[in-house]
Structure formats: structure tokens, C-alpha cells
Design a protein around this ligand. Structure first.
Ligand code: GLN
Length: 195
């Protein structure tokens, strides 16, 4: 069955997620207002600027509705700023977040010198072939609760994690041709659609 995936399109890198999802056979709806969250089987929160995204999410009750749907087991995938938005806490910041995953995010965590970089990341859940990961002013997960699974680490820092119906990556899988990360999310969508 064709699944409908919402991609939050308030700002940031949402178009590339659309292309990735469509190439895997999903139907995509760009979400800009809360009514567009109805009848989706999963949601992607893209990279961008988390403080701006947080402000926009408070307009039209979008953030509250996402929180409500997350509690009803809607699969959600956050990349980069999306990871920050999903974190329960953000170090040294009072900015808005959805507080969905039991982790603390550290923003812009790889420093100025290497603000953006690419690396081959070992992600055992996706097989033995490493994932080419693009990091752009990326966060990492600083504190992680025992109920959150680690999917990948880079230099000892958690950069990809899963908590039940939710996953978050510090890198941008939509910017590389490898579709395994999006497929992994669609597999979660399939798993929860059957519940
Ligand atoms: N540095 C951005 C933030 O803190 C995230 C960057 C990104 O999403 N590529 O919101």
C-alpha cells in the first residue's frame, strides 16, 4: 500500500526529502499548517534553523498537533535541525522544542573549523556498507536515556538514534543518493501502520 508521508515545509531542506521519499514509492504531502497533518502515515522534520522552525511551529498549533500525533505513535524522523526539534532538552538554550525524544541535543556541536563535513558512518541497522553522511552545522546527542537506541556514533558522539516510532539523525541523508535511511524510516512507517 502507498503510504502518505508529511514533510514539514516551514523552512529548510524539505524538497530533497520529498525526492527521496517519492523515489521509494511514498506519496508526499508538504506540511505548512496543522490541517495538513491529517491522514499522514509518517512525518519528516527536515534540517534548517531550529530556532526559526520552532517559532513557526507555534503558529497555528502545528507543534502541539505534532506532539499529540507522536503520542499516538505517528512515526517521525528528524534530520539535523529536526533532531534538535525532537529533543526533550537543548543544551544552553530556552528555544522551543517538541520534547519528543528522551535526549539532550547539543547544537552546532562540531565547532566552527569543521562546521560542515562528510564521513563514512557505520550504521549496523542498515547493513555492513557504511552510510556517507553529510553534516552541516550539525548537532549531536549529548545525553541519551536508556530507552533510546543508538543507531550510529561519530567519534564517540551519538548522531543517529531511535526511540520506538521516532528516529533522529544529525546528518542529512536526503543529500546523498543512498536511500537506506529513508527506507529504514518507511519500514518503521509500515510497522506502525499495521498496529
Ligand atoms: N545549526 C542548525 C540549528 O541549530 C541546524 C543545521 C541544519 O539543520 N543543517 O538549528
Amino acid at each position: 500500500m502507498k503510504r502518505r508521508i508529511g514533510v514539514l515545509a516551514l523552512q529548510g531542506a524539505f524538497r530533497e526529502h520529498r525526492i527521496a521519499l517519492e523515489s521509494l514509492g511514498a506519496e508526499v504531502v508538504e506540511v505548512r499548517k496543522s490541517s495538513e497533518l491529517d491522514q499522514i502515515d509518517g512525518l519528516i522534520i527536515p534540517g534548517g534553523e531550529s530556532t526559526t522552525m520552532g517559532k513557526l511551529m507555534q503558529v497555528d498549533g502545528l507543534g502541539d498537533k505534532i506532539k499529540d500525533l507522536a503520542g499516538k505513535d505517528l512515526p517521525i524522523f528528524g534530520t539535523c535541525a529536526g533532531m534538535i526539534m525532537m529533543s526533550k532538552k537543548i543544551s544552553n538554550s530556552q528555544q522551543y522544542s517538541l520534547e519528543l525524544m528522551d535526549v539532550t541535543a547539543e547544537r552546532n556541536a562540531f565547532g566552527r573549523q569543521i562546521a560542515s563535513f562528510e564521513t563514512d558512518l557505520n550504521v549496523p541497522a542498515l547493513g555492513s556498507e557504511p552510510v556517507r553522511a553529510v553534516f552541516i552545522r550539525a548537532p549531536y546527542i549529548k545525553d541519551i536515556a536508556p530507552n533510546v537506541g543508538i543507531l550510529a556514533e561519530y567519534e564517540g558522539k551519538v548522531v543517529f538514534a531511535r526511540q520506538g516510532n521516532m528516529i533522529a539523525s544529525a546528518f542529512h541523508p536526503e543529500l546523498t543518493p543512498d536511500r537506506r535511511v529513508h527506507q529504514y524510516f518507511l519500514d518503521i512507517v509500515e510497522e506502525y501502520a499495521g498496529k
